[in-house]
Ligand binder design. Sequence first.
Ligand SMILES: [Zn+2]
Length: 215
Amino acid sequence: MSANAIRNISARMVKTSKELYEYGLVRGTSGNISARIPSTDTFLIKPSGVHMGLLKPEELVLVDFEGKKIRGKRHVSAETPMHAAIYRARKDVQAVVHTHAPTATAFGIAGIEILPLQIEMFMLLPRGVPIVPFEAPSSKTLAETVQKKIADHDAVILENHGIVTVGSTVEEACNLNEMVEEAAKIQFTTVMLAGKDAINWAELKKKFKTQNTIK
Ligand SMILES: [Zn+2]
């Protein structure tokens, strides 16, 4: 892959990181973002201890699929094993975004899965966003647990921690992260307005499917 192409990916990672910060999905130095370098077994990842709103392209660290640093001045993100496990499991995934999106994270703490109650969300994630049971941040067991669940979901909630989304581009993974937070807010507001019984998942699935909105 050419240096130009790597520069392009780095610039897009920086742009989407800022966006995630501006949307309030990450605060302080929390959260991380990574992108696969096409046709290689490597990916670029945000270093640890760096604010996503202030990330610079030259700070990104290049690592292999075992999470070992290949190039970069800084330490790799603490969640590098989780990102590496996802790239090993999903050949189609080009980018991974992990944030502590506040409303979606609260759903994980309450033990409530996020449902795609709104049509656009249903088209993106027709099976909703499941919760991965709690494992210590940065641990090998967290990486393994997420790897299993992400095999057939593009977004998961990490219990008492945050959310992870994947995509075929950096922008797609970032957009999905924002959409999961949006879906959590819609679900929360619906329950506040009309109570838990207002959410009839079986009915909604029927409605969306009969509208020919999904295959
Ligand atoms: Zn985290």
